[in-house]
Design a protein around this ligand. Structure first.
Ligand code: NDP
Length: 794
């Protein structure tokens, strides 16, 4: 034992291990293997068992069996059976269960912290101070939502049975993020924990029993990816929620395409951490510790791309190296450790392979230089200097304690580097100039922005990404939507796809010279455009052919997307200006009321009265969305810490819109208006059967000051064009109101950039009914939430 004098000289920490006696006792009592939890009962595992390893010392601490098809079937059946009663409970009753779960988590806080540390390898400081308190907070917060559901979400109902799959990096916290909102909204769940970290889920099941949660409301089936896939693909699951790698997210998107299941994906990231030269550098250095070395870097939103302004870069990297060497790495149960073990040797190998790749590509590695523990999967934290944006280590999620650094000269260059990523989960921005920081926060493509902070989480702040980091949000008011569906009216008939043939000339059957021969056109980039292939198709009216429309092809779609991409200025104009243009559109449409009505009658045979009513309602809808343009806004959330936490709805960017044939003018405008009111630029595939309305519409657009590229109209074979739109990587979101048989095709085609796809399942709807054809749900779907955390106080 060192003397007091020696301690005072070295100022070394002594050992401060947290006791694991209780946990060991608990593990002994589960030596028969971790059970599934199905219909309120612990189901003994069957089949071959695999070991659950403590990554800090490689010891086997439990065993686990893989859930089979029978286990998954039984769990889904139990969840289905429990759903009607659970969803019918008054919110107050559901709230009491969630509240009791939160209380029990708090009562077992120390036990759960130690168990999580032993299962995952993360330090006790993190499980004790971050993971487990946040788990309790999540259940408390959602107990509140259960209580308020009816009054705060009128017109919505629970989705049904939720299939949820979670990763190993925050095992109990991810479980809480999934289960708390699902239950609050009245759903029942079947969840699969990661096979590397199943233990706190077992402890959670025991809490469910202790609080008397009705059987079947929560079901847990353990196993690997195959078991996960049995859950996500199960026919009787209504909603899938997944957190994990982008690769598996894509597989799930494909697997459930066309099934009608609701989907939210929280995937990978490669988040920027921007340090301006006027930043508080010492604070930013501590920020890096929390951004990259927290949780061994096994964090989807880790700020692993450090982008530092040239003037301070050298100084910053020097300070960072000094701080790196001071990190304490070792036994995660020791309360003085900063970094524990990574989750497994497989993960360690993956990290090391990427580190090697970084060095091979020419980057310089600055690594923690002391000795790692002999046992366990420990990884020395590090950072690279001299990396280029295109280096593998800058593009690939390393999921280990390794940062990459780059430098920049101007703020715009910083943003260019920051946005040079297929991901868009989070961003951390450091500057003492609040104007500069907020400006960068607004321009960075990320679902979560931390100003002069990093890795802040709270149940009251939405979490989720842009681009290939997935879609949907977890937490807060916004996150609850993932577990609700609009209570819609009766479904209409399924729409079908009709192949089109090019026609050389319109067969009007008159054999006369038309007054002026009109070439059918589309509208791209503010100009009338002939079809790339030069082809047209005959448009049938109530009494035969009434004209020709341009037969667009994939090139036309690409041109339209390019035009829409160039019209980015629209997303930056004020909401007031957007509203003015929509009012102007209404005004100009009203002047052509009779023309539109006559064309509608000729197209679909509706009576003059019905056609006039459709035009009238379309004009009203212009007014409604013009009114909403500057009123559908965000919120300031009451998070726990000293932050103003903003929830800002942002436009997706380029949206694809595929229109149906029913009430063709009203339906087309019901889709275009919310999209552009929120600042998107739309590439619209007009009704295939009634395309002439699109040509009439662009004449109105041309006189209504709609900037070029904001609304682009394509005509032709709907589902052929929709496929190109769904595959296009520049299109961030797609609304598909096409044929029932092609919903699957469109959802599958969207996996390239994991665009958010909203379909109506290919069923006709009553667009005249405001509850189906208009509303805040359209505006919500036209935006994605960016959460911005702004600190205040000294
Ligand atoms: P995965 O995405 O494979 O795993 C996440 C969860 O999905 C686990 O429960 C896994 O099961 C399950 N799963 C795997 N395949 C399927 C499938 N086809 N259908 C349904 N569920 C499935 O991540 P890994 O654990 O393999 O980690 C690999 C890399 O992914 C990491 O190095 C990291 O880069 C990234 N990652 C990102 C996370 C994030 O939050 N963004 C979280 C975890 C990993 P099981 O693990 O039990 O086999």
């Amino acid at each position: 034992m060192p003397s007091i004098k020696e301690i005072m000289e070295t100022m070394e920490y002594g050992p401060a291990p947290e006791s694991n006696t209780d946990v060991k006792r608990w593990l002994d009592s589960h030596s028969g293997g971790i059970s599934h939890f199905i219909n309120g009962k612990f189901v003994a595992p069957t089949g071959p068992m695999t070991d659950v390893i403590n990554p800090a010392d490689d010891s086997v601490i439990a065993t686990l069996a893989k859930g089979t098809q029978d286990d998954v079937d039984a769990a889904v059946k139990a969840a289905r059976a429990a759903f009607s009663k659970w969803s019918a409970l008054p919110g107050y009753e559901r709230a009491k269960y969630l509240y009791a779960i939160a209380r029990h988590v708090q009562k077992r806080e120390r036990f759960l912290s130690v168990l999580e540390t032993m299962d995952n390898g993360k330090t006790i400081r993190e499980t004790r101070d971050i993971d487990i308190p946040l788990v309790a907070r999540h259940f408390y917060h959602h107990a509140g939502w259960a209580e308020l559901l009816e009054s705060e979400y009128p017109g919505f109902q629970p989705v049904g049975v939720c299939g949820q799959v979670i990763p190993w990096n925050f095992p109990l916290l991810m479980l809480a993020w999934k289960i708390a909102p699902a239950l609050a909204a009245g759903n029942t769940v079947v969840l699969k924990p990661a096979d590397l970290t199943p233990l706190t889920a077992q402890a959670f099941a025991e809490i469910c029993v202790d609080v008397g949660l009705p059987a079947g409301v929560v079901n847990l089936v353990h196993g690997d990816g195959e078991t996960g896939s049995l859950i996500t693909g199960h026919d009787d699951v209504d909603k899938v929620a997944f957190t994990g790698s982008t690769a598996v997210g894509r597989m799930i998107r494909k697997q459930i395409a066309g099934s009608g299941k609701k989907l939210s994906l929280e995937l990978g990231g490669k988040s920027p951490f921007i340090v301006f030269e006027d930043a508080d550098l010492d604070a930013a250095i501590e920020g890096v510790v929390d951004a990259v070395w927290f949780n061994q870097g096994e964090v989807c939103c880790a700020g692993t791309r450090l982008i530092v302004q040239e003037g301070v870069a050298e100084q910053f990297f020097g300070k960072l190296d000094a701080r790196l060497q001071k990190l304490r790495i070792g036994d995660p149960l020791d309360k003085t450790m900063d970094v524990g073990a990574v989750v497994s040797h497989t993960q360690l190998k993956r990290i090391n392979a990427l580190v090697k790749k970084g060095e091979e590509e020419g980057a310089v590695l600055h690594q923690w230089a002391a000795e790692l523990p002999k046992k366990g999967s420990f990884c020395a934290p590090a950072f690279f200097t001299g990396t280029e944006p295109a280096h593998t280590v800058n593009e690939t999620e390393i999921f280990g304690p390794i940062a990459c650094t780059m430098t920049f000269r101007t703020p715009s260059e910083a943003l260019e580097i920051a946005n040079h990523s297929r991901y868009g989960l989070s961003a951390s921005i450091w500057s003492q100039n609040i104007d500069r920081a907020i400006e960068a926060g607004a321009k960075v493509k990320a679902g979560i922005v931390w100003i002069n902070a990093t890795n802040l989480f709270d149940a009251g702040a939405a979490f989720g990404g842009y681009r290939e980091s997935g879609f949907g949000r977890e937490g807060a008011r916004e996150g609850l939507h993932e577990y609700l569906v609009a209570t819609s009216g009766k479904k209409g008939k399924p729409r079908s796809a009709t192949p089109l043939e090019a026609s050389v000339s319109p067969n009007l059957g008159k054999g006369e010279l038309p007054e002026i021969d009109i070439t059918a056109k589309m509208y791209i980039g503010g100009k009338q455009a002939r079809a790339d292939g030069g082809q047209s198709y005959n448009v049938m009216g109530k009494s035969g052919v009434i004209g020709q429309a341009a037969l667009g092809n994939r090139k036309d779609v690409r041109n339209a997307v390019e035009a829409a991409a160039k019209a980015g200025g629209w997303s930056g104009v004020t909401a007031h200006n957007r509203a003015q243009i929509l009012y102007y559109l209404a005004e100009n449409m009203s002047q052509r009321r009779d023309e539109f009505a006559a064309l509608l009658s000729a197209s679909n045979g509706s009576s003059t009265k019905a056609a006039t009513a459709e035009v009238e309602q379309t004009i009203r809808r212009c007014f409604w969305y013009a009114a909403q343009a500057d009123k559908f806004d965000g919120a300031v959330h009451a998070t726990k810490s000293k932050h103003v936490t903003l929830a800002m709805p942002e436009a997706w960017g380029v949206m694809g819109i595929v229109c149906p044939d029913e009430v063709p003018l009203l339906s087309m405008m019901s889709l275009i208006l919310p999209s552009v009111a929120m600042g998107n630029r739309a590439v619209v595939i007009a009704s295939q059967a009634h395309p002439l309305l699109a040509s009439r519409l662009y004449q109105v657009l041309e006189t209504s000051d709609v900037p070029a590229g904001v609304i682009n109209l394509i005509t032709g074979e709907r589902d052929v064009l929709a496929k190109t739109l769904a595959e296009h990587d520049e299109v961030a979101a797609l609304w598909y109101c096409g044929s029932n048989e092609n919903v699957k095709m469109v959802e599958e085609a969207s996996i390239g950039n994991l665009k958010a796809v909203w379909t109506d399942g290919g069923f006709e709807r009553d667009w005249r009914d405001d509850s189906q054809g208009q509303g805040r749900e359209f505006l919500r779907r036209a935006t994605q939430i960016k959460t911005i955390w702004l600190p205040y106080g000294e």
